[in-house]
Design a protein around this ligand. Structure first.
Ligand code: AMP
Length: 339
């Protein structure tokens, strides 16, 4: 049995890129008897920048609800909230004791999010969620070690990661290997698995960058819970080019190529004759609608019963904790802590 950990940040709204690049592979993996996934909502990660408590609570529940609406089956995939499994935090500290300050400080994401500082790494980001705050949270620096703990505590063998997380995964591998060498075989060294390149959904307004929750404008994003009208308008306004031919040409026609990629990802049908960008956009709109309508409908049903969603999270927690506790026990013993 291969254990896999997939994480979702409860910051901002989940979008079509998350669905195609992460949620679908998670749902498909449920059909494989040799793979067992944990889907983790990284609420602790959402606290590394200035945050609003009520918003965090709402977002965490919303992400859990969207995952269920999109087909995550809690009988086959353990759905957990990061903070509800305290072993993540306990292992985090233990791993901090085998990680260098320099290793954490050179992570690209830390440097980007803490940029603009008079003392390197210690002032407010100039834009984004932490803008205007007086200081950079220490948790932003140590977050990659928490991520290593998240992965290692569940003995995860596979972690699907995009480019932005690959450096953090590498750090998790380094920490695991170092620990095993120094204190004895304790951790499974995880492997990063990459979504296929076709699974990368680009921003509709700026097809040079990937569709992201953190992009400044919502014009390039299709939210999974957006209304049909918003979806139609967003796709209608998607950036194309002046070539006028519907074809895959990632370098010369990135917008059109992205629309074709979305169409293929959302529809099993053979692509018909698409003579114009207008026709392409109509096809994309119909295909995206066909994929998102059932998710939206199921979401509305589930959102009526937040207690059910909380119960799913609580069952997920009960499911994963014995193994996590055993990993922490092993780690403590290896480090010389009393049991
Ligand atoms: P996030 O919560 O934004 O960190 O992303 C959760 C998951 O969605 C990660 O596994 C990402 O790799 C995936 N993901 C995010 N944006 C995209 C995108 N534009 N295309 C494909 N996958 C994405």
């Amino acid at each position: 049995m291969t254990r896999r950990l997939t994480g979702f940040q409860p910051t901002g709204k989940l979008h079509l890129g998350n669905l195609i690049g992460a949620m679908r592979p998670l749902v498909q993996a449920q059909e494989r008897p040799d793979t067992r996934s944990i889907a983790m909502i990284a609420d602790l990660h959402a606290m590394t920048m200035e945050h609003d408590p009520a918003q965090l609570r709402a977002n965490t529940l919303q992400v859990a609800t969207v995952l269920l609406a999109a087909g995550v089956d809690p009988r086959r995939t353990a759905l957990i909230a990061h903070s509800q499994v305290p072993e993540h935090s306990e292992l985090h500290y233990l791993l901090e004791c085998v990680t260098g300050y320099g290793e954490a400080a050179r992570m690209i994401q830390f440097r980007e999010k803490s940029a603009g500082s008079p003392l390197p790494g210690f002032s407010a980001p100039s834009e984004g969620p932490g803008a205007g705050s007086k200081h950079v949270r220490l948790s932003l620096l140590t977050y990659p070690v928490l991520m290593a703990a998240d992965i290692l505590v569940h003995d995860s063998e596979q972690v699907p990661v995009g480019d932005d997380q690959s450096q953090h995964l590498e750090l998790a591998r380094t920490i695991a290997t170092r620990f095993n060498t120094r204190y004895g075989e304790t951790f499974t060294v995880p492997e990063g698995i990459r979504p296929e390149s076709a699974a990368r959904v680009m921003d509709l307004a700026d097809p040079a960058r990937k569709m992201s929750k953190s992009s400044p404008s919502p014009a390039g994003r299709i939210g999974l819970l957006d209304s049909p009208d918003v979806i139609r308008r967003t796709i209608a306004r998607a950036v194309t080019d002046t070539v006028g031919i519907v074809r895959d040409d990632p370098a010369g026609q990135p917008g059109v190529t992205n629309l074709l990629g979305i169409l293929r990802a959302c529809s099993d049908r053979e692509l018909g004759d698409l003579h114009s960008y207008g026709a392409l956009k109509r096809e994309v709109t119909d295909a995206v609608e066909a994929v998102l309508t059932p998710i939206r409908t199921r979401y509305a049903e589930l959102a009526e019963d937040p207690d059910h969603v909380r119960k799913v999270l609580s069952e997920g927690k009960a499911w994963v904790r014995p193994r996590a506790a055993e990993t922490v026990r092993r780690t403590r013993a290896a480090l010389g802590l009393l049991d």
